[in-house]
Design a protein around this ligand. Structure first.
Ligand SMILES: C[S@@+](CC[C@H](N)C(=O)[O-])C[C@H]1O[C@@H](n2cnc3c(N)ncnc32)[C@H](O)[C@@H]1O
Length: 203
């Protein structure tokens, strides 16, 4: 049984395993292998770089899922065929936004599962300005670092968001609140108004 860390486990929890799935920037392909263990029959494991794809191939063979996981070298979604659930995890928020911007097959049924390592506020602003909506966010912590995982769909309604929503989104995990508060305190050196966004901590 594959054991994912809390961050990838949170991402996996949003995936519909009976749909066409793509893990963009798969690296080790542990998430696609885990999804196959959960019953997924069709997963694309894509990465822009050749070395991660080799690591992915080794894991896919080790876990015996070569018949269900397709390896694909692709810059973002450029060479990815239409999929229903797209995971983009472990990258900066700006790169994730750029990759979503290159999606040519989005519909109301497409779901994105996004886990930014940095700049989540830029990703949230991008999503709402480009017709996407965050359905839910889940917090996760790995080695003492807090993250959020977003479950996102396309609505076509383009809208702005408040600074508060850009920084906290829909994540109510106390570990994530604490991380964003400390980020806001640092940023307040150049923009003191950000201090007004800081939330009460329960940890
Ligand atoms: C830090 S790893 C994250 C691996 C895994 N998704 C996770 O969250 O544990 C980032 C991966 O994204 C890949 N990557 C970076 N830019 C990419 C792009 N434009 N398109 C596809 N993959 C990309 C890198 O090669 C690397 O394997």
């Amino acid at each position: 049984m594959i054991k994912l860390d809390e961050r990838l486990a949170a991402a996996a929890s949003f995936v519909r395993t009976d749909r066409r799935i793509c893990d963009v920037g798969t690296d080790h392909a542990l998430l696609p292998c885990f999804l196959c263990e959960q019953g997924a029959m069709s997963v694309i494991a894509s990465d822009v770089n050749a070395n991660p794809l080799e690591a992915a191939r080794a894991n896919i063979e080790k876990y015996g899922f070569s018949d269900r996981i397709t390896l694909l070298q692709s810059d973002g979604l450029r060479s990815v065929p239409p999929c229903d659930d797209i995971i983009i995890a472990g990258m900066g928020g700006e790169l994730i936004a750029q990759i979503i911007g290159g999606c040519s097959f989005v519909s109301g049924d497409t779901r994105f599962i996004l886990q930014p390592m940095t700049k989540a506020e830029i990703l949230r602003r991008y999503l709402y300005a480009n017709g996407y909506e965050i359905l839910q966010e889940k917090g996760a912590s790995v080695s003492g670092k807090a993250y959020t995982v977003m479950h996102v769909r396309y609505t076509g309604d383009k809208t702005g968001i408040t600074d508060e929503f850009a920084y906290f989104g829909k994540c109510t995990d106390p570990r994530y609140i604490r991380k964003v508060n400390s980020q806001l305190k640092k940023l307040a050196n150049s923009d003191p108004a950000l201090l007004g966004l800081i939330r009460k901590e329960t940890l």
